[in-house]
Design a protein around this ligand. Structure first.
Ligand SMILES: [Zn+2]
Ligand SMILES: [Zn+2]
Length: 246
């Protein structure tokens, strides 16, 4: 009551704080670290799909090539873990500065991750142990290489690239159907090719992209011969998206 409510002091150790031990939200830095609540984790086990043929891992909507289990675990630590960390009140500039494998690198590996950040403006170091676990699957690229069965390709041409890549990402990330159907994204000198398992998703993508580009593009469909299967001639849909002045 009275004056006391205006004073900052730590509810655990009573300190009023010092230059190297600031109090934020009624808890001092050393108590935060001692109690392990300087940050929290949405998940302590980071489960990521990994292709058992080529070691690619799925990060969001994208399949990322890696050099094997160790390299893949590193990618998970730097790309997936940050999204699982929730900094406490008062914590800023949090970043991962290193890691170490606590168990032999395998499909399930215990990893100690080192972080640094600032609490009330004062730098601190911290470490957390997480499990990186890979779920063995086959990536779309390897499935495609084996079966060559993708049904459609969307070829985007003559649209400024940095903006286009962002736009493509924002469309694909939003809908699970794209993650499931998108086989590969290949960047060409004059555009981007997107390979889809099925025609419907490819068309949906082309239409969404055209709408986001404000109708200044033209969509054209063609079929190309894609070989015989069970005695039936198959055709692959080619959708081209380009500025309407072309
Ligand atoms: Zn304290
Ligand atoms: Zn693969």
């Amino acid at each position: 009551m009275g004056m006391c409510s205006f004073l900052k002091f730590c509810i655990y150790c009573g300190t009023e704080g010092s230059d190297d031990n600031p109090v934020v939200g009624s808890v001092c830095l050393s108590c935060r670290i001692r109690r392990g609540d300087i940050l929290s984790l949405k998940e302590r086990e980071l489960q990521v799909e990994m292709c058992k043929s080529c070691y690619s891992i799925r990060v969001g909507y994208r399949w990322l090539t890696t050099g094997g289990l160790e390299d893949a675990a590193k990618e998970v630590i730097y790309r997936v873990l940050p999204e699982k960390i929730v900094p406490s009140n008062g914590v800023t500039s949090l970043e991962i500065v290193g890691f170490e494998f606590l168990t032999e690198v395998s499909w399930r590996t215990l990893v100690r991750t080192y972080l640094k950040g600032k609490y009330g403006g004062v730098e601190f170091k911290y470490s957390i142990d997480v499990v990186v676990s890979f779920k063995p699957v086959k990536c779309p690229r390897c499935i495609m290489a084996n079966s060559r069965e993708y049904e459609a390709v969307v070829q985007i041409r003559s649209i400024k690239r940095p903006r286009l890549e962002k736009l493509v990402g924002s469309i694909v990330e939003r809908d699970k159907r794209y993650v499931e159907s998108l086989v590969d994204i290949v960047v060409q000198s004059n555009g981007i090719d997107l390979y889809f398992y099925d025609k419907g998703t490819a068309r949906m993508f082309a239409r969404t992209l055209a709408r986001k580009l404000g109708g200044r593009v033209k969509i054209k469909e063609n079929y190309e011969v894609a070989g015989m299967r069970s005695g039936v001639q198959r055709a692959r849909l080619v959708i081209s998206v380009r500025p309407s002045r072309f």
